[in-house]
Design a protein around this ligand. Structure first.
Ligand SMILES: C[S@@+](CC[C@H](N)C(=O)[O-])C[C@H]1O[C@@H](n2cnc3c(N)ncnc32)[C@H](O)[C@@H]1O
Length: 203
């Protein structure tokens, strides 16, 4: 199982405001790119992958939108507006403070913090960090939970505390990339490792 947790510090949880940030400071359009990179193949969904978007611009609590490749329902299309519309529908469904709702497209929306989400996910959290060790040199990663931000950096204090608590870090190269590009490279690395491991067993 692969999981991606994206901390979106400047993305509103209010459905209408969420849609209004397209092309503006909140840049919700980046989330559509992350979902396409995270959950879709040319022919089908990545059924072994979940993406959790933690939207933090809220008057009450953050909302976590969890989308699983195994249970994603049909979307009107794979374009930005259809995907963002499906996310906004899920935010509407989960608008109440203590809510836990699943939208028609199969997107779960919960009022939950980034820290609590990380505490409940099963697997090995790995922080994406351009200056961390090269992912190509890393040991086998079983059930990875790749943690990153969208375009707004992780607060320095949180990053420091995660590192001091011993969270693993990986880099996918020397350039700062968009989160969706990082997701593509991580999938590619995991796909290649899985494929080479299978071909070695068959030799
Ligand atoms: C657009 S970047 C965020 C840029 C933001 N200005 C910053 O410095 O964190 C989005 C996410 O991708 C990660 N990222 C970008 N390039 C990376 C790289 N080469 N290796 C690992 N993670 C990377 C960042 O750590 C961040 O979590």
């Amino acid at each position: 199982m692969r999981q991606f947790v994206i901390r979106c510090r400047s993305t509103p949880v209010h459905a209408e405001r969420f849609l209004r940030t397209v092309g503006r400071a909140g840049h919700s359009e980046y989330l559509a790119h992350i979902l396409v990179a995270g959950l879709f193949l040319a022919k089908g969904h990545r059924e072994d992958t979940s993406v959790h978007l933690v939207l933090e611009k809220s008057r009450d609590l953050p909302r976590v939108l969890s989308i699983s490749g195994a249970s994603l329902g049909s979307l009107a299309g794979l374009n930005e507006s259809s995907i963002l519309g499906a996310l906004a529908d899920a935010l509407l469904a989960g608008a109440g403070r203590g809510s836990d709702a699943v939208s028609g497209a199969g997107i779960r929306c919960r009022a939950l913090s980034f820290e609590r989400l990380l505490g409940e996910l099963a697997g090995a959290p790995i922080l994406l960090d351009k200056d961390g060790p090269d992912v190509r040199e890393s040991a086998v990663i079983v059930d990875p939970i790749f943690v990153m931000t969208d375009h707004t950096p992780m607060p320095a204090k949180v990053r420091k505390s995660m590192i001091s608590r011993g969270i693993a870090r990986v880099s996918v190269g020397p350039r700062t990339l968009h989160a969706s590009q990082v997701v593509v490279l991580l999938h590619n690395e995991m796909d290649r490792r899985a494929s080479f491991a299978t071909s070695r067993i068959e030799e």
